[in-house]
Design a protein. Structure first.
Length: 486
């Protein structure tokens, strides 16, 4: 999808949809009352989320005319511009027309640029495996023209947002790929390709991880014929290349069958998305490089496949993590925390980061607690939490901070080892977070449980088509931009 910025009265190209974004209460008076009859007959007020298709008069240069409600004028912010443009795209994407003109009622560079982002995100589609889709069902729009008071200033403002859209697309693609295609080595290979953006990427295989003593991560992958991987992505954008980095760690379980504690068949295909945390971290590193963020950042991805097999890990096994702590495996389906335990330890030992944020599709229990849209935030640090929560609000990637009552920690004590990998059903997301915390060595740390948020079907947000959401990329990018850049 190509995005352009044009002045409001720029001539329309052929085969164009004109989407006029209207403030609430201003629809009837629009363009001298030209749409008053249509608006009245449809109870269109311009409220947020309303869309009205208007027959384009023969005299109109537009092939199709759309009114898009933007809500109250005084509440028209960047998010409202983004949403209106995305909704317009969604309404006409397969109309057969090729250009979408979005005419904004207020078109500062910031508002126009965000509208451009809205269209880019709404136009995401994972098409790789459709071979027989009829042409009339395929999206036809190839270009969006967003009106702007000063198009060249809007284009400049759009540059970092285009980098963000590219990164969200990268992240969504990883999650959308089927698990026979995106196995650990292939995931690592795609991450390695990010070196073209100026990132440094190292990939560790099983022999290297064995040497480091990562028995916890390796135990998860031992039932798979696919080799486990650890990807280390670095972006050194700060003036001082040796300045202490910030760090992000992702759970990358390319497929989670549950292992010997096998999951039920129903819905198991969804477990291809169990690498959504690692995909979000990869997406974050993508955007930091894409917009040349002035920060030193590290992304660590623990990438494995959790399979049942003659060689698979058993319930009852005891593994030794890189930290030296031993773990009794109670349930092989509680594998994400085992992967994170070693990835997090490695991260803090090697990089001594300012803070660590991990992202993981960790527990079904977080979906029971918070539903599909809201991710759980667990942290040992109030400042980091506040920064994450603020960024989450601005980017509409909702987070809710969960409690970590210290005495719950005993639920993961083991009779024969330092700890066990499950703490029972009550507060399952909390004891999972407390398990991870046992591998945090005093560093400010936050854990985002994105089990619900990584995938949406059906989606209710115009910027997030059904399927992979890319959750986390936007909010982390915002947090870095607002708090941790020079
Ligand atoms: N990958 C799952 C969590 C999950 C569930 C992600 C639904 C996305 C949607 C995780 O590895 C898992 O299986 N967790 C178990 C933990 C339990 C065995 C303690 C769970 O939530 O049931
Ligand atoms: Mn599992
Ligand atoms: Zn899992």
């Amino acid at each position: 999808m190509e995005i352009e910025f044009v002045v409001a009265d720029a001539p329309l190209p052929e085969k164009a949809v004109l989407a006029i974004v209207v403030f609430e209460g201003e629809a009837a008076g629009l363009e001298g009352g030209a749409y008053a009859r249509a608006v009245g007959a449809a109870r269109f007020t311009g409220a947020k989320g309303q869309i009205l298709d208007v027959l384009a008069p023969e005299s109109s240069l537009a092939a199709r005319l759309l009114l898009v409600g933007a809500g109250k004028a005084d509440a028209f912010d960047e998010m409202a511009a983004e949403t209106a443009a995305a909704a317009a795209y969604g309404a006409v994407k397969a109309s057969g027309l090729t250009t979408l003109r979005v005419k904004l009622p207020a078109a500062s560079a910031a508002l126009s640029a965000r509208a451009g982002l809205g269209v880019r995100l709404a136009a995401y589609r994972f098409d790789a495996y459709r071979t027989k889709e009829p042409a009339e069902k395929k999206p036809s729009l190839v270009k969006a023209q967003i009106t702007a008071e000063t198009p060249d200033v809007a284009l400049d403002a759009f540059a970092p947002l285009a980098a963000l859209a590219d990164a969200v697309t990268f992240s969504r693609d990883l999650v959308s790929e089927p698990p026979n295609v995106l196995y650990p080595a292939e995931f690592a290979r795609r991450v390695k390709e990010l070196e073209r953006l100026g990132l440094e990427v190292e990939v560790l295989g099983e022999p290297e991880m064995m040497k480091l003593g990562m028995g916890s991560l390796l135990g998860v992958g031992q039932g798979s014929v696919r080799e486990s991987q650890l990807a280390v992505i670095r972006w050194n954008g700060a003036k001082d290349k040796d300045a202490q980095p910030i760090a992000f760690v992702g759970k990358g379980v390319c497929f989670d069958t549950g292992g010997i504690s096998l999951k039920p068949a129903d819905g198991m295909e969804h477990m291809k998305t169990d690498m959504g945390g690692a995909a979000a971290v990869a997406g974050l590193m993508h955007v930091l490089a894409g917009r040349k963020a002035k920060v030193n950042a590290v992304g660590i991805l623990g990438i494995v496949e959790n399979m049942p097999d003659g060689n698979a890990q058993r319930p009852g096994d005891v593994v030794t993590s890189m930290s030296g702590q031993t773990i009794e495996i109670i349930n092989t389906d509680a594998e994400g925390r085992l992967v994170l335990a070693d990835a997090i330890w490695y991260c803090q030992e090697r990089f001594k980061p300012k803070f660590m944020v991990d992202l993981a599709t960790l527990t079904g229990a977080i979906i029971i607690a918070l539903g599909d849209d809201v991710a759980g935030l667990f942290s040992n640090n109030d400042e980091l939490s506040e920064n994450l929560l603020a960024a989450s609000k601005t980017e509409a990637e909702p987070l809710w901070r969960m409690p970590m009552p210290a005495h719950y920690d005993k639920n993961i004590d083991s009779v024969i080892a330092d700890m066990k990998n499950t703490g029972g059903r009550p507060g399952g997301s909390i004891t999972a977070a407390m398990f991870i915390q046992r591998f945090v060595n005093g560093v400010p740390w936050a854990h985002l449980d994105i089990a619900g948020a990584a995938w949406k079907k059906p989606s209710t947000v115009p910027t997030i088509p059904d399927g992979a959401t890319g959750f986390g990329v936007r909010l982390l990018n915002r947090m870095v931009a607002e708090h941790y850049e020079e």
